[in-house]
Ligand binder design. Structure first.
Ligand code: GAR
Length: 189
């Protein structure tokens, strides 16, 4: 059984979707949830699925080996960033080469980079009157949203879209594809 750790800073709807997918397909399981926010709704989701959760500070992530120790203790095979907004430090990148994946709610390399997350991405896509948006699942490197792409899927941007309506369409793509792509990555190890 492969083991997944999910890092999330917010609602965690993708985290829940991944938890539920692997509950039905026990080749892997979500072993651990990590967050930098004590008020993140993902913590409620972790609790309701009885998955251990850990809240960490900036200092713990960037200036200690605490997170590495935690991941090692849980024998984590793959780290999944699902709405996690901080850069991943070097010690994690080195310990988990090609084993940290992120989902971004747009078609990278467009609409990525520092500060580009959640609603801000959709606002920018609509402001630029793009015809398409979508999702990018990619490996993580030391820069925001620049690691190698693994998978992209597109959706239309409608003329009357709001950031919320576009987010809903993009979320649907995330729910459809993210667990499946994680499954494929784990199968290749
Ligand atoms: C998702 O749409 C994800 O693509 C995005 O945050 C949302 C989290 O939703 N990530 C980024 O913008 C990363 N730059 P969730 O907490 O409901 O899964």
């Amino acid at each position: 059984m492969k083991k997944i750790a999910i890092f999330a800073s917010g609602s965690g709807s993708n985290a829940q979707n991944i938890i539920e997918y692997f509950a039905q397909k026990p080749v892997a399981q979500v072993e651990l949830i990590l967050t930098n926010r004590s008020d993140a709704y993902v913590l409620n989701r972790a609790e309701s699925f009885n998955i251990p959760a850990y809240i960490f500070t900036r200092d713990e992530l960037y200036n200690s080996t605490l997170i590495l120790q935690l991941l090692a203790k849980h024998n984590i095979d793959l780290i999944v960033l699902a709405g996690f907004l901080w850069l991943v430090p070097d010690n994690l990148l080195k310990t988990y080469p090609n084993r940290i994946v992120n989902i971004h709610p747009a078609l990278l390399p467009q609409y990525g980079g520092k500060g580009m997350y959640g609603a801000r991405v959709h606002e920018a896509v609509i402001a630029n009157q793009e015809k398409f948006s979508g999702i990018t699942i990619h490996y993580i490197n030391e820069r925001y949203d620049e690691g190698d792409a693994i998978f992209q899927a597109k959706c239309e941007v409608m003329p009357n879209d709001t950031p919320d309506s576009l987010a809903e369409r993009v979320h649907a793509l995330e729910y459809e594809h993210f667990p499946r792509v994680i499954d494929e990555i784990l199968a290749s190890y």
